[in-house]
Write a protein that binds this ligand. Sequence first.
Ligand code: NAD
Ligand code: MG
Length: 383
Amino acid sequence: MSRSLSIFGATGSVGEQTLDLVRRNRADWNVVALTANSNVAALADAAREFAAEVAVVADERHLDDLRDALAGSGIEAAAGRSALCEAAARPVDMTVAAIVGCAGLGPVMAAIEQGGTIALANKEALVSAGEVMTAAVDRHGATLLPVDSEHNAIFQCLQGGELADVRSITLTASGGPLRLVEDLSAVTPEQAIAHPNWDMGAKISVDSATMFNKGLELIEAHHLFPVGLDRIRIVVHPQSVIHSMVEYRDGSTLAQLGPSDMRVPIASCLAWPARMDTPMAPLDLPAIGEMSFFAPDEARFPATRLAREAAEAGGAAPAVLNAANEIAVAAFLDRKIPFSRIALLVEDVLNQGDLPSPPQTLEDVLRVDEDARALAMRMLEPA
Ligand code: NAD
Ligand code: MG
């Protein structure tokens, strides 16, 4: 029997890899909604190939183009933020949340309200909404499956275990492409995006270079696996073979290993609690040879410290950190600020005046996000 599936951010790196798995197992899936920000051609191609019910483009200016591209197919075309949320409210067995940034929060919350299963790649949504999202998951009986490779690893290592028995969780980090680069002020967007182990979208690639990705993942882990922040550690493991680990109180540490290919954690979510085939070559440990581990260098890469402080402060702080980082990354990619300014801007925004009061609703989170973006933009303006 086929299962119904919607993919938010279908034209991105995670979205395309999800579609690759669906293509290989076509009879298992019935595609309902596919969405993109502005890439109408790729969206329409995917919608036709997978016979989606509806295709949604977030940027409303592209609605006519999308209608033209879907003409004669019988596939509904829609546009805008509210259309994204309406598409997310169509009941499906599985929603893949693969939009980048807090822009994906509305659709994720709409999917949660349907009480279905959400495979969450969109870490910024969980970082920003935190307790608002986890409370909604509980209230609506939804299931959140982590796509992020580290959290997927932890999730797998926790099967059959109890959080109460966990002594620590270790998030592994590749260290990104700049781990050994001396002068961080001269780094170009091209250098920052050239990740040694993973092929990903531009924003998360820059986040890996600054280590904000690991900072966001620390906050993500804190919400998904509430063992206490002091029990969640970060270790740099440049080979990216071990995707994360869970240590139990008896001294056993469980790790999940695999290739650096997002189709592995995506497949784990799509098939959960069963397993499915993927086109991965078997793990070849002699070919890997050696694995190494280092403590993160927070003097050079302050992002993990900033994220830990924001998580400890709680309330609005993680949403502010995320919003400031989104603005800083966009400015860096636009060549408006140097690489080394990204973390400085985030720290400045976090330290500017009083933090907003802790968000209680989705609207509160969106307001905090919007205000922090506006503040970050103002701080970027030349004095
Ligand atoms: P990407 O940039 O390749 O794709 C992003 C997708 O979101 C695209 O379909 C794009 O059209 C859509 N999108 C962008 N801005 C939007 C907006 N304002 N409104 C609606 N849709 C919008 O990104 P990605 O690398 O696939 O990452 C997606 C998410 O998954 C991110 O949160 C990222 O942190 C997370 N993630 C990605 C990877 C990876 O390997 N790429 C690994 C782990 C986690
Ligand atoms: Mg990750």
